[in-house]
Design a protein around this ligand. Sequence first.
Ligand SMILES: [Zn+2]
Length: 208
Amino acid sequence: MKKLSRRALLQHAGGAFLWLMLLPPGAHAFEVQHGRLSVIFADPRDRQQLGAVYEAWDAAARDLKGLGLELPANVRIEAAGNAADFAARTGEPANIAASTRGAVIRTQRLSALAERGLLPTTVRHEAFHTAQPPGIPRWLAEGLARTFSGEGRADPRTPTGLEGMPDARLDAELLSRDPGRLSTAYREATVRAAKLVRARGWQGALKR
Ligand SMILES: [Zn+2]
């Protein structure tokens, strides 16, 4: 039998299901291309979410450009097959929606994000991370990503209790494994970043 590259085999649509069965558990089975964006997913049902991913991606690209930010040339979104697969790939807790390193975005199963209404904001949030200026502090990156994605709009308006925490400690808090502490830290980072955007505009906030 002629040995095909994995990608060549994947492009042969008829063989996709067989190929899925031959792959080790958790391996990525399907790959699609949207412009310069690649989306790889393990669960065939995730195909139904691709339209929503592309729509959110294109809108994010447009809006980032408006802020003077450029997406990297070749971004890959790798959707895990399930929460355990996501945790194994990223080392992140199972309650995290996605994690980005450089131009690779690793997400939970796309259908799982869609069911929880998180798919468009997750795509926008991670798109921001791929385009953010290098070297900005973690709290600012997370706060700006949540402001850009619109996630901050759903945050409670009550005080976070972290108002007096120095930025550097907030950076450390954003690495917490405790879900409650983590979500409070994200909320505080968003309050600070949004305040900066209001005071100096996006250009000023991004130069920090
Ligand atoms: Zn983030």
